[in-house]
Design a binder for this molecule. Sequence first.
Ligand SMILES: C[S@@+](CC[C@H](N)C(=O)[O-])C[C@H]1O[C@@H](n2cnc3c(N)ncnc32)[C@H](O)[C@@H]1O
Length: 259
Amino acid sequence: MYELQVSTLNWLTAVGKDVASCTEGGFLHTNSDSQAAGKVYLVGAGPGDPDLLTVKAVRTLGMADIVLHDALVSAEVLSLASQRARLMNVGKRCGRKSITQDQINDLLVRFTIAGKVVVRLKSGDPTIFGRAGEELDCLRVAGIEVEIIPGITAGLAAAAKIRVSLTDRRRAEQLLFISAHRAHGKRNADWHTLINRRTTAVVYMPGEPEGVAEDLRKAGLRESTPCVIVSRVSNRDEQWYQQRSDCCMPRPSCHLPVC
Ligand SMILES: C[S@@+](CC[C@H](N)C(=O)[O-])C[C@H]1O[C@@H](n2cnc3c(N)ncnc32)[C@H](O)[C@@H]1O
């Protein structure tokens, strides 16, 4: 038995009666042995350009009843959702949280139990720095069917944009996707255990690039290490800036970081 506390009722009421109608006395009960009527699709929205979506993502958006999307998902991608779909921005931007992860989990369960086809749309690939783990755990406990549809993660789109090989065997023998930030806003402090001079590092959520450059130097990278900063790759307002890591300070003005 999965017991879901209605901690978000006020917020949910604003969402509409689809959700309100599936609550019962403050708790929602489901039997994990029985499959819920709806289904959740955890879909990768890619970096922004709708041409970078998978065919399967487009098809799934076209049959959605509900789309719960992150703030970074582009308007062009959202426009591919079915006309009847209700779009809900559940994104967190730069640490400002309009809705908690628990509330998002609640919504996924509620809408699915109400029989909806729910698309959880995350920028890039849903399994990369996207809190998919918490959502999958919650849905698993609730006995809800989930399908993951991968997307092009920002790091791969950035490499394509600047036309570099991430694993050029003359320079790199490992590829590191790393977040500069850990849970609860803490800065990652483990660079030296993760990186060496033959690593291509793709840094997500860099915060201030100067801080990342300093961490990389402390981890043993030469100051001449090539470094590219890419913002909003594949979107109309994309920007990129190529330098050596020691030159991240000062950098030209651009709307960085994407966070
Ligand atoms: C919460 S993570 C989500 C990553 C996403 N799941 C992916 O696979 O790309 C958000 C971070 O991804 C990076 N990011 C996402 N989309 C981006 C884009 N279009 N251009 C550059 N960086 C992007 C930024 O570092 C941003 O702070």
